[in-house]
Design a protein around this ligand. Structure first.
Ligand code: UGA
Length: 440
């Protein structure tokens, strides 16, 4: 099929490259000519394991191209995916939908033959219906424009794998009983669904929009739940890691997303939770608003807990030398959007600490956003002369740290493992003051 993917950020680039990989002819569209030029030359402007090869292979095969022209996109494609960002609004909790509106307004006037528009961005329920009306009101093809919503569930760090091996495909359509758009998308995704038993769920537009928002809210809730329990564990000398194993063994609960620690961040969970809360508020659903607010509050409390633990262990933050290991919002990513790690590093510095940071991939992005921290060349460099070492992102490199190596460079043997990724007995046996989250 001939596909346009509009918005070549993280999601769009991955989707475009993977759709080419499964045999479609794909045109990636972006209004930033610099980004288009980079992608067209095979350079991916973000870190994501495996994506470079998929982009380069498909550029070479001729199935993948990039452009900044909506005219070209309308002329080329029969299916137009919308993959632009929906960040948190600058003035409130809701989602900023201006990029979606702009994309629809730029594309629609050029749609002069039947086409299918498929939204993938995460949006407040009700957005798709409004965008469909907006597109049809200006497109020369008018009612021959079909509309569908097909949320994306990929995780950063596993984007290529998750796109090529989805757990499920959800397709929201306007007329579930007519099946035109659903059939087209079933065919488009058939290389992904034929081998494995992948559910292909056809729903209404509203259900599809909500399915994504609810999935992220549930994941956020699971993390905040275990973080709330970690506080109870700390107050009672119980061990949250053992507890997570014990409850996670129940298939109804599941062990994944029960890692207690610094909490969730990134470009998705926090802003989706807040946009959901804003939408629930608009709908007058007070209990839902309160529920989502508590999940968010518990998450933000984790950052304060780590800052307080650092103050306590150092006596005072003023002048304390703090080594921060990890600034990315999670391992295997260079993404620092709403990163709990960078937030904590910044707050410690603002409260008087001398903060040296190291992250295997996110240094450039962090330096750009927060230039006043001390950026080190390596883990050991960051830990030189430290009064306390903080592990804030669970990179493998930090999981493998050995007490002997670290104590050769630090001033004191104190460590706060805010991602519970070290083995407490071996650090304590080596004479370290070790603190995790919710573990004795
Ligand atoms: C999340 C969802 O997992 C994806 O399904 C979804 O498609 C994506 O958002 C999106 O909306 O685009 P992602 O933001 O890549 O994916 O990151 P996650 O792996 O969900 O991690 C989110 C945060 O939760 C990270 O800061 C991570 O460190 C934290 N986390 C995760 C925990 O604190 N504890 C856990 O047990 C798991």
């Amino acid at each position: 099929m001939r596909i346009a993917v509009i918005g070549t950020g993280y999601l769009g680039t991955t989707h475009a490259a993977c759709m080419a990989q499964i045999g479609h002819d794909v045109l990636g569209v972006d209004i930033d000519p610099g980004k288009v030029a980079k992608l067209q030359s095979g350079e991916v402007p973000f870190f994501e394991p495996g994506i470079d090869n998929v982009v380069r292979d498909n550029l070479a095969s001729g199935r993948l191209r990039f452009t900044d022209s909506y005219v070209e996109a309308a002329d080329f494609a029969d299916v137009h995916f919308l993959t632009v960002g929906t960040p948190q609004s600058e003035t409130g909790l809701g989602a900023n939908l201006s990029f979606l509106n702009t994309a629809i307004d730029a594309l629609s006037p050029h749609l002069d033959r039947p086409a299918l528009i498929v939204g993938k961005s995460t949006v407040p329920v009700g957005t798709a219906e409004r965008l469909a009306r907006r597109a049809r009101s200006v497109a020369p093809a008018g009612d021959n424009i079909e509309f569908a919503w097909n949320p994306e569930f990929l995780r950063e760090g596993f984007a290529v794998h998750d796109t090529l091996h989805p757990d499920r495909i959800v397709v929201g359509v306007e007329h579930p009983y007519e099946m035109g758009a659903a059939k087209k998308l079933a065919e488009l995704y058939s290389p992904l669904t034929t081998d494995d038993d992948i559910p292909f769920l056809v729903t209404s537009l509203a259900t599809a929009e909500l399915a994504k928002v609810a999935a992220n809210a549930f994941l956020a809730t699971k993390i905040s739940f275990i973080n709330a329990i970690s506080e109870v564990c700390e107050a009672t000398s119980a061990d949250v890691t053992m507890l997570a194993g014990a409850i996670g063994a129940d298939k109804r609960i599941g062990r994944e997303f029960l890692e207690a620690g610094l909490g969730f961040g990134g470009g998705c969970l926090p802003k989706d939770l807040r946009a959901f809360r804003a939408r629930a508020d608009e709908l007058g659903l007070a209990d839902v608003v309160t529920f989502l607010q508590v999940v968010d509050n518990i998450n933000m409390t984790q950052r304060r807990r780590v800052i307080e633990a650092t103050r306590e262990i150092c006596g005072s933050l003023v002048g304390a030398r703090v080594a921060v290991l990890g600034v990315a919002f999670k391992p295997n990513s260079d993404d620092i959007r709403d990163s709990p790690a960078l937030d904590v590093a910044g707050q410690l510095q603002l409260q008087g600490a001398v903060v040296s940071v190291f992250d295997p991939k996110a240094m450039d992005n962090a330096q750009h956003l927060f230039p006043t921290l001390n950026y080190s060349l390596s883990t050991l460099d960051a830990c030189k002369g430290a009064d306390v070492v903080l592990i804030l992102t669970g990179w493998d490199e930090f999981r493998k740290l050995k007490p002997e190596k670290l104590e050769a460079v630090t001033r004191s043997k104190r460590i706060i493992d805010a991602r519970n990724c070290l083995d407490p007995p071996s650090w304590r046996a080596a004479g370290w003051n070790y603190r995790g989250i919710g573990r004795p």
